[in-house]
Design a protein around this ligand. Structure first.
Ligand SMILES: Cc1ncc(COP(=O)(O)O)c(C=O)c1O
Length: 413
């Protein structure tokens, strides 16, 4: 509003992956508006068909797509699909959805019920029954005091313990973010997701991977789960799909799930789900242009390389500061956990975090911070810049963050 420039190190809400002002995306949207401004997916339209095909090439293991408007809705679709799927397999008791502490899966009541953030859920109960959280893969504060890496990890085994306790015949699905994003950029050990996928397979539980933040290059792979070598049954996505130029979400499903909904329309096996604006032609056209830009400019590889550089620079510049407990990341998704005391790991206060965000804004940087996750434990600064961020911008970012932590830390908030 005042004409001041900012370096948006949060890519809006972690979504403007290709950066702002991309004429290719703007033109694609304008073209689509004049060709076909709207048509619902209760029938179909060319832009959504093309987008489905394009995404299917990227995700051959989950090649069928249900479009919606947001990440929350994409997850709601996943929950409804798995429950109906199991009913149609003659296993009507398989309804429970397991997720993790500190995970974020959305704002609508089902997705909020899967969200493992106590503060965020607090005033909205009773939430939907059948959603259960297990331990997060939070290595800096390992809930199991696992000092040496083990195989399998105790946090992965927590899924198994819970499935057995609940009875596998009552569990429909596990949902995980490949890297917990809003809950504090929790990067799990490299073999953790494969262990979770193995447990899901063992107990006939569907695996939903929430790629709403991590999809479209954010963590240095087009989709983070591919980098971790797993094949989920369902993948949800939104933010980076159209880089925030238009709202769109999608739920990708395996052949097995898709086929379970085919056949005689009078059998009741079809998915009874309508979404007026989901897969909007303009959003679909912009998504196609967005994927073109990501591929042509090799932004996925860029995210991996530039993310590695940013992480290294942050570690060099910040590890001497007593308030810095942990610095972690994957690709251009980075978190800095701030503590009052490194030996006790006591989190810094909410006023400390607010002052930090204010300092960064005053110095031209927009960043994210954990909010409403867990009472007195929202102490992670988070960076998810557009994937086009360059060396000079990373340097400005690192330098400003270092000055900010030193200055706010000295005020002992
Ligand atoms: C991992 C994850 N899943 C789902 C969502 C919900 O997406 P939306 O805000 O588009 O509904 C978010 C939003 O931040 C998210 O971070």
């Amino acid at each position: 509003m005042d004409g001041r420039p900012f370096l948006d190190a949060a890519a809006g809400l972690w979504c403007v992956n290709v950066g702002y002002g991309r004429q290719e995306l703007i033109d694609a949207g304008a073209r689509q508006l004049s060709e076909l401004a709207y048509y619902p997916l209760t029938q179909s339209h060319p832009a959504a068909i093309q987008l489905g095909e394009r995404l299917g090439d990227l995700l051959p293991h989950t090649p069928h797509f249900y479009f919606s408007n947001s990440g929350s809705e994409a997850n709601e679709v996943a929950f409804k699909l798995v429950r109906q799927y199991w009913r149609q397999q003659g296993r009507p008791d398989k309804v429970k959805i397991l997720s993790r502490h500190r995970a974020y899966h959305g704002s609508t009541l089902g997705a909020l019920s899967a969200t493992g953030q106590g503060e965020r859920r607090r005033d909205y109960g009773p939430l939907a029954p059948g959603f259960i959280q297990v331990a997060a893969a939070y290595c800096y504060r390992c809930p199991f005091d696992e000092s040496a890496p083990q195989a399998p990890h105790q946090c992965a085994l927590d899924f198994e313990r819970r499935i057995r306790m609940e009875d596998p015949d009552t569990v429909a699905a596990i949902i995980v973010e490949p890297v917990v994003a809003g809950g504090g950029v929790l990067v799990a050990p490299d073999d953790y997701l494969a262990q979770v996928a193995g447990i899901a397979r063992k107990y006939d539980v569907k695996l939903i991977v929430d790629e709403v933040v991590t999809g479209f290059g954010r963590t240095g792979d087009m989709f983070a789960h591919v980098g971790y070598g797993i094949k989920p049954d369902i993948v949800t996505m939104a933010k980076g799909l159209a880089s925030g130029y238009m709202p769109i979400g999608a739920t990708a499903v395996s052949e097995d799930i898709f086929q379970a909904f085919m056949g005689d329309p009078d059998s009741g096996r079809h998915f009874r789900h309508v979404n007026t604006f989901g897969g909007h032609p303009v959003a679909a056209a912009v998504s196609l242009a967005n994927i073109d830009v990501i591929e042509q400019e090799e932004l996925v590889g860029r995210s991996r390389e530039q993310g590695g550089i940013l992480l290294r620079q942050l570690k060099e510049a910040l590890s001497g500061l007593p308030w810095v407990g942990d610095i972690r990341g994957r690709g251009l998704l980075v978190g800095i956990e701030l503590v009052r005391d490194r030996s006790t790991k006591e989190p810094v206060s909410n006023p400390f975090m607010r002052s930090m965000a204010r300092f960064l804004i005053d110095h031209g940087i927009l960043a994210g911070k954990a909010t409403d996750v867990e009472a007195s434990h929202n102490n992670v600064l988070m960076f998810a810049p557009p994937l086009i961020i360059n060396d000079d911008e990373c340097e400005i970012l690192v330098d400003t963050v270092a000055r900010g932590i030193a200055e706010i830390g000295a005020q002992a908030l």
